[in-house]
Design a binder for this molecule. Sequence first.
Ligand SMILES: Cc1cc2nc3c(=O)[nH]c(=O)nc-3n(C[C@H](O)[C@H](O)[C@H](O)COP(=O)(O)OP(=O)(O)OC[C@H]3O[C@@H](n4cnc5c(N)ncnc54)[C@H](O)[C@@H]3O)c2cc1C
Length: 418
Amino acid sequence: MATPLAPVCNVVGAGLAGLAAAWALSRAGMRVRLFEAAAHAGGRCRSLPDQRFGTAIDNGSHLLFSGNHAALEFLRGIGAPSIGLTPRDGTEFLDLADNARWRIVPGGESALWMLGSGLKVPGVGRVCMLREGIRLLTAKPGERVGERVPTHGTAWRRFWKPFLSAVFNADPASVSAPHAADVLRALAMDGAAGGRPLQAARPWSEIVAEPALHHLRERGVDIRLGSPLLALDRGEGRVRRLVFRKGSVDSADEAVILAIPNAVAHRLCPDAVPEIPSAPIVNLHYQTDIDQGLGFCGIVGGIADWVFWRGGVVSATIAGGGPDLDPDALAATVWAEARRVLPKSVAALPPSWHRIVEKRATSAATPEAFRLRPKTVTAHPNLFLAGDWTDTGLPSTIECAVRSGFTAAQAVVAAAKA
Ligand SMILES: Cc1cc2nc3c(=O)[nH]c(=O)nc-3n(C[C@H](O)[C@H](O)[C@H](O)COP(=O)(O)OP(=O)(O)OC[C@H]3O[C@@H](n4cnc5c(N)ncnc54)[C@H](O)[C@@H]3O)c2cc1C
């Protein structure tokens, strides 16, 4: 007979998935140890001090949406939301080719808002949007967006391409069409309740990682930063021991949640974790001496996909990594694009900048990549998986990571009770 699990869980990885799992487990009355390789929590959603800028900058400009229910529940739970997420009415866009500007403002009680003024993109007729939307919503498993929606024309350039590359950080034509349809359905049905962007008014570490660590410590979670997991010893169908750089933990009677990046989990446990292809994101942060307030804008037809501003820091996001340009040339070109959307005018020469390349920012979003994603529960009764690369059905986002953490915590609690 299998040995029952003690009400103790070792969570490895303190990104959003691991933090959310640790929070849910501690609320369920489990004893939790949380191990993290880095000296800080937050993983791919973190801030780093920049001495030249005199402030912390985010590795990337993360947006949440009002419909990200799991993420918001977690932020409320750790006492964080009042300190920095600012709801915006909608999303502005600029087409660099002809200076056309428009705004997408989700609204209404039903999907009909999409046919009203909330989704009025210059040069795109309502009938065209409706026809293409229906084609996407009726996609079959295995199909790609490019097989359902024409990948040319104004609707593609000004709506489908920016929308899909923002959500999936992937070549939009290759994205799994049913997954894109799920996101579109949620946006259409929830309108303003689900589709309002929430922009961080402070560095992300102050909004999530630091309050989460503080809250978890207060709940008695044993947090061990600077503790990379080096190996898992497995035997008799269980994870028997976790080997960290400093010391090890006998885990035969305890649960283990691996909430580490897919590439690391695959290296440590190749039979339980398939390798999932990933895509990069490049961020360029510029320090100006002009306070721009808080805002962001989508860019069509440029290298940058998004420009965010917070105080004097202007940040451009290049989804998928962008062209292979010399960093100085890239910084100058992207600055020229950013200047066109900033509320206050700035000098033509780029100010001091900082480039952050996240090589494995998100998991690929093709039908094949979604099929590879593993479930939370593994063949080992005490080993569970969490992270934005597990099978939540969502693109690799904060919401996906938090939801995966909640799912893993639920599975652990159920296993401990059983
Ligand atoms: C530049 C950028 C922009 C983004 N923009 C958005 C956005 O606008 N909206 C959105 O919702 N999402 C966005 N995302 C995606 C979002 O950040 C991720 O989906 C989410 O943070 C992933 O969380 P995670 O916990 O699954 O993984 P991670 O954040 O990768 O957490 C894994 C943790 O495990 C740790 N670890 C690694 N190896 C070990 C080891 N051996 N032992 C112990 N610990 C280990 C890592 O240090 C890390 O802290 C963006 C991502 C990037 C990179």
